[in-house]
Design a protein around this ligand. Structure first.
Ligand SMILES: Cc1cc2nc3c(=O)[nH]c(=O)nc-3n(C[C@H](O)[C@H](O)[C@H](O)COP(=O)(O)OP(=O)(O)OC[C@H]3O[C@@H](n4cnc5c(N)ncnc54)[C@H](O)[C@@H]3O)c2cc1C
Length: 393
């Protein structure tokens, strides 16, 4: 595995570094490095900033308005973005439905939807999970019945991130009941302003509103907004698995942001004549986390090398997801430890950290990090994938 960048890649890295240094303001940096969930308008503003550079879709082919970057260029872009505490782009339009559309969508769908994802005009939410269908997604029950040139959709989705801000939802629905549950599922593009849609907020442990229940009551969806063939919606998810290798390589890059904040806080906590950062017990935990972060970074680089060489990385995307999610939880735990009594407070901690006064408490970030082992495919389910693909179980 050759880890050296070529001269062109080094020039690209310098260009990215200069861009991020010049264009990300301090407030946004502070939000990002504390793991604070951004508001939709903040994501949109960032998307517009990148789109103005022609970088709105870093992983898409040029024919659909993407950059056409290589996996290595994308990795460098992400690494420089993380280094500057810039946000990650909101991924549900860019990385979930966008690639499905340019791979399986009709020409009309490509023309209508893809440019508006890049420009940030449309905001997509993902309507997959239901009260009885999470890990076992194939048991979803939301029904779509064909009625002339429309589908009529009735059912309920849950945990739908940012549905309250979304203009559209890509939604898995059941169009037919078949013995094999993965068959008979279709993928519909739904305008969130359609009559019959009701969005109800769910407040999460960190007392913030980001996920929702979405109720669909006889929602009429034009048949032209069916993606690909009726009943084949399950297969379209596979395109995402193929893209996953290149994307997951960059997964660990952002953990360093949190570690920098933890160190800065621990350096400010006095323990007699010394500081918490100098305490051997605390240092030991921090060092262990940093070692594992380095290992994660190298696993990411191996995945990147495979993606560049067109090789299959096996279940490494699952391994990366497990290690990343566990590490982010441990780092935020250490952060709470460093805050001591202050961590009990849910209000802004303007005097206790280097955060601006309008930031939420790090406790909110700690609580929110509990979700990382559940979403994006629960970790137990990822372990099943590893067991099946690596161990043949
Ligand atoms: C904050 C947040 C945001 C989300 N955003 C979205 C979104 O935008 N759109 C969307 O569609 N969904 C979203 N989800 C839903 C998410 O995808 C599901 O929560 C996830 O798939 C798990 O499903 P579940 O909650 O039904 O739990 P379950 O699937 O019921 O799992 C419960 C527990 O059982 C374990 N388990 C389940 N099956 C197995 C198995 N076969 N072997 C071993 N253990 C197993 C799980 O690992 C977990 O620990 C979000 C969830 C959260 C918490």
């Amino acid at each position: 595995m050759n880890l050296d960048y070529t001269p062109d890649e080094i020039a690209f890295q310098q260009r990215m570094r200069a861009f991020f240094a010049a264009n990300i303001d301090e407030r946004l940096r502070a939000l990002v490095r504390t793991g604070t969930r951004l508001e939709p308008r903040e994501y949109v503003a960032y998307q517009q900033l990148l789109a103005a550079q022609g970088w709105g879709a870093p992983t898409w082919p040029t024919e659909y308005g993407g950059t056409g970057w290589t996996p290595t260029q994308y990795y460098i872009f992400e690494a420089e973005s993380a280094r500057a505490d810039a946000p990650q782009q909101f991924h549900q339009g860019l990385e979930l439905i966008g690639p499905v559309l340019f791979t399986y969508g009709s020409d009309a769908q490509k023309q209508k939807y893809l440019p508006r994802i890049i420009s940030g005009e449309d905001w997509w939410c993902q309507g997959y999970s239901e009260p009885g269908a999470g890990s076992d997604l194939a048991s979803l029950k939301t029904r779509a019945v064909r009625d002339g040139d429309h589908y009529v959709v009735t059912g309920q989705k849950i945990w739908t991130s940012y549905a309250h801000a979304a203009s559209h939802m890509f939604c898995l629905v059941r169009t037919e009941i078949r013995p094999r549950r993965q068959e008979g599922i279709s993928l519909l593009l739904i305008d969130m302003k359609s009559p019959g849609i009701r969005v109800r907020p769910i407040l999460t442990l960190d007392e913030r509103h980001h996920v929702n229940e979405v109720f669909l009551d006889e929602v009429r969806v034009p048949a032209e907004d069916l993606v690909g063939e009726e009943g084949k919606g399950w297969n379209y998810g596979k395109v995402l698995l193929d893209r996953e290798r290149g994307l997951s390589a960059a997964l660990g890059l952002r953990l360093g942001q949190y570690v920098r904040v933890v160190k800065s806080r621990a350096a400010a906590v006095r323990l007699g004549a010394t500081t918490l950062l100098a305490d051997p017990g605390f240092r030991d935990k921090l060092a262990q986390i940093e070692i594992e972060m380095l290992a994660l970074e190298y696993m990411g680089l191996r995945t990147l090398a495979d993606a560049v060489a067109g090789l299959d990385s096996g279940p490494r995307a699952s391994m990366l997801k497990i290690r990343w999610s566990e590490l982010i939880q441990r780092i935020t735990e250490l952060w709470v430890e460093a805050l001591g009594y202050d961590a009990a407070c849910f209000a802004p901690l303007d005097d206790a950290t280097d955060l601006p006064a309008d930031m939420p408490s790090p406790m909110a970030s700690y609580l929110h990090a509990r979700v990382t082992t559940i979403y994006g495919g629960a970790n137990e389910v990822q372990r099943n994938i590893i067991a099946r693909r690596s161990l043949g179980l």
